[in-house]
Ligand binder design. Structure first.
Ligand code: C2E
Ligand code: MG
Ligand code: MG
Length: 705
């Protein structure tokens, strides 16, 4: 009575005893066996130390799997044996037996439990006579069809032969499958049966056997390794072609875990953890495919470099947690704007790259950027903060802006850099001029580090004149860089670099100290005292210790605070208004003058004029430049004059270059001016001569129309 599943799977369960009286092998198939010294037991063992009902074997049926046997100590009424049971060296009360288990009933009475496969023909042929010669007949005394073989007189294998056979292939946890060249399964070990229950049914259609026969022209002993998947499991199959025997033998290894680990690693190697977007390595793979494709079919594609405006600030002020949220949100937004064929990746930090593939014209890249920028119109709410996200985009088009991937990337990056310079939240296409400028800037940036140390920085001074009194009101200190190769460089070229690299702070301190020292020197020379104006940079104003720096500089130099004026611009006040106000208020209290530079170019509200302690308002040169009778600038300057009177501020017009401008400004009641008409910024020596000969200058000024 072999169970139908068992029959299908040809599994046999064997309990092989090693007794002092000899070896006895039991072929198990009944639902229950009682083992012990009681002669009516189904497995009768008469030996010292064995209880009457020492142990019980109970068959356990399983769904879609071969049955197994549970071994319990004592009988099935719960009476335990006297000496107990050990399986694989451990005392047990109940255990599900596994292939190869060793059971000790006493120290001297031991048995082995095997699960073997019928198709191990050689094994079964040797085993069967032995099994049945010692087998206990089933309780109902009927013999199953297989038991007919009991009558066979074939040579009986020894227990050691059984063990040998069993231990090599049968015991192996590795599934082993053998088919002949005709495609008939000739052998399956128990492990193969357990692992691939559908093998019998599917036969050569099973992934494990598929295509094996087709390759039988392999030479004898050739080994082929392949992989296959069944549902969520992955296997590696080592296939031996045994031409002589006309057999194909496979050893199957479960590599699911390894595959998962590999996939995991692969995923992490090609994706960014935070946003889940592909990363730079992924991009490299993708772009090489895309560029090959575009080359072959002569198609355009666009690389867009993007970064989030002021991300560093957001991160610094609101914390990394919110910074991370923003990056995730940004990544989502970006992905949602992209089409399926586009590729979005995180480049690193707050930089992202989009590949727009197969575009028909560069215009599509512009449209994409516009859509993206527009999608950030509404603020993002995170942990009670309302954040307006903005980003900048640089675009390079293949093949126009580079046929080589590296160059394209560089150019898209240059375009982004440019976008940032031109005021953010915008997009910009690459143009070749950018590369030249960026290369220059790069060289400059490197040299700038040395400039302070090497004493290459100097100050020029430009007088500010009161045209009504003909007096010099003050001098503005303007920095210059005497570069050994490039000559005198104007601040607009290197101040942005100094800000980018943080060099602006030591540079700013140097300017402050030098200007104060110079002013003190002129006073010591007996010249009429003038106020020296020093331009502050945004970063300097953000320094919490600016007040102390100014105070200690004045003290060290011995200059009275009233002879120093600090110039700030509107945009600088917008960054950290609270701190800026506090610092400027304290500086004013100390006696230092404060002026608003480039007035009219920023977007700050007029409220700032009231809020901050400005003494002076400097009208930006752009208003003066095109000043003529009918220009709009006349009315703007006129409004500024009225306003400043209301706030009790002095007004200086910057960039006065000609008499016409002077005349108009005078008519508008603007008394103080600075510009080439009076003097360009001069180095220390020249300005000294200018100051010394000022009496003559004064006469000239009065002579002006
Ligand atoms: P700013 O403070 O508005 O300085 C006035 C600029 O106008 C100076 O340019 C000056 O040379 C120029 N200028 C004066 N008169 C005329 C004129 O009649 N016509 C024209 N077209 N221009 C005139 P400069 O020296 O190149 O400085 C440019 C800017 O660089 C300054 O603008 C200031 O914002 C910044 N800067 C200069 N020195 C320093 C410094 O020591 N520290 C910082 N942080 N910024 C500085
Ligand atoms: Mg200035
Ligand atoms: Mg200015």
């Amino acid at each position: 009575m072999i169970h139908s599943t068992e029959k299908k799977q040809n599994i046999q369960h064997i309990l092989a005893f090693n007794l002092t009286s000899g070896q006895r092998v039991f072929y198990l198939e009944e639902p229950e066996y009682c083992i012990g010294r009681y002669s009516k037991n189904s497995i009768f063992i008469n030996a010292e130390g064995i209880s009457r009902q020492h142990a019980t074997l109970i068959k356990k049926q399983k769904k879609n799997a071969p049955f197994s046997y549970i071994l319990i100590d004592g009988n099935n009424q719960g009476d335990k044996s006297t000496n107990g049971l050990m399986v694989n060296g451990e005392i047990i009360e109940e255990v599900e037996l596994k292939h190869g288990d060793t059971i000790h009933f006493t120290r001297d009475v031991k048995a082995h439990y095997y699960i073997i496969d019928n198709r191990s023909q050689e094994f079964i042929d040797k085993l069967k006579p032995k099994v049945f010669s010692n087998a206990i007949y089933p309780k109902n005394n009927t013999l199953s069809s297989d038991t007919q073989i009991v009558q066979s007189t074939a040579k009986k294998p020894s227990l050691s032969e059984i063990k040998n056979l069993a231990s090599v292939v049968e015991l192996s946890p590795i599934p082993i499958v053998e088919i002949n060249y005709q495609g008939t399964i000739t052998y399956l070990n128990p492990s193969a049966n357990l692992k691939f229950p559908n093998l019998q049914k599917a036969q050569l259609e099973h992934p494990l056997l598929k295509g094996l026969i087709e390759k039988q022209n392999y030479k004898n002993g050739s080994l082929v390794i392949r992989e296959f998947d069944i549902e969520n499991q992955s296997f590696e199959q080592h296939i031996h072609y045994l031409a002589q025997e006309q057999l194909i033998r496979s050893y199957i290894f479960d590599i699911t875990q390894r595959k998962q680990a590999e996939n995991n690693l692969k995923y992490h190697a090609f994706h960014d953890n935070l946003t889940g977007l592909p990363n730079r390595s992924s991009f490299n793979q993708k772009i090489s495919l895309i560029s090959q494709n575009s080359q072959r079919y002569q198609k355009l594609f666009a690389i867009l470099f993007l970064d989030i405006d002021n991300f560093k600030n957001i991160n610094d002020t609101l914390g990394h947690n919110i910074g991370d949220h923003i990056l995730q949100y940004f990544a989502q937004r970006l992905s949602s704007q992209a089409r399926k064929s586009d590729f979005v990746c995180r480049w690193g930090g707050d930089e992202f790259v989009v590949l727009l593939t197969e575009i028909k014209s560069p215009d599509q890249a512009a449209k994409f950027s516009q859509r993206l920028l527009k999608s950030f119109e509404y603020p993002l709410q995170i942990e009670g903060h309302e954040i307006y996200l903005k980003c900048s985009v640089g675009i390079a088009i293949y093949p126009e802006d580079g046929k080589d991937v590296e160059i394209l990337i560089k150019n898209a990056d240059s375009a982004l850099y440019r976008t940032k310079e031109y005021g953010r939240n915008h997009y910009q296409f690459y143009n070749p001029q950018m590369s030249v400028e960026i290369a220059e800037n790069f060289t400059l940036e490197n040299q700038l580090h040395q400039a302070i140390k090497n004493g290459e920085l100097i100050l020029h001074y430009q007088p500010q004149i009161n045209i009504k009194t003909g007096e010099i009101y003050g001098l503005e200190a303007l920095i210059r860089w005497k570069n050994p190769q490039l000559g005198l460089i104007r601040p607009n070229k290197f101040i942005p670099l100094a800000e980018k690299t943080g060099l602006i702070l030591p540079m700013g301190e140097w300017v402050l100290k030098t200007a104060c020292q110079q002013n003190k020197k002129w006073q010591q020379m007996g010249l009429p005292p003038v106020r020296i104006s020093v331009n502050l940079s945004a970063q300097q104003l953000q320094q919490p210790n600016l007040l102390e720096t100014v105070e200690s500089t004045l003290e060290a130099v011995g200059l009275d605070p009233q002879w120093l004026e600090l110039e700030v611009t509107e945009s600088m006040l917008m960054k950290n208004t609270k701190l800026a106000k506090k610092t400027l208020d304290e500086l004013r209290q100390m006696g230092v003058y404060i002026s608003m530079d480039d007035f009219g170019t920023g977007y700050s509200s007029l409220g700032y004029l009231k809020k901050f302690p400005f003494d002076t308002l400097k009208i930006d040169q752009s208003f003066v430049k095109e000043l003529n009778q009918s220009s709009e600038d006349v009315s703007i300057i006129s409004a500024i004059m009225t306003l400043s009177r209301g706030f009790n501020m002095r007004v200086i017009a910057e960039g006065v270059e000609n008499k016409e401008q002077l005349k108009l400004l005078r008519e508008l009641d603007c008394e103080e001016m600075q510009g080439y008409l009076f003097s360009p910024p001069l180095n220390a020596e020249d300005i000294l001569n200018y100051l010394l000969s000022f009496k003559e200058q004064k006469n000239l000024i009065f002579a002006l129309p």
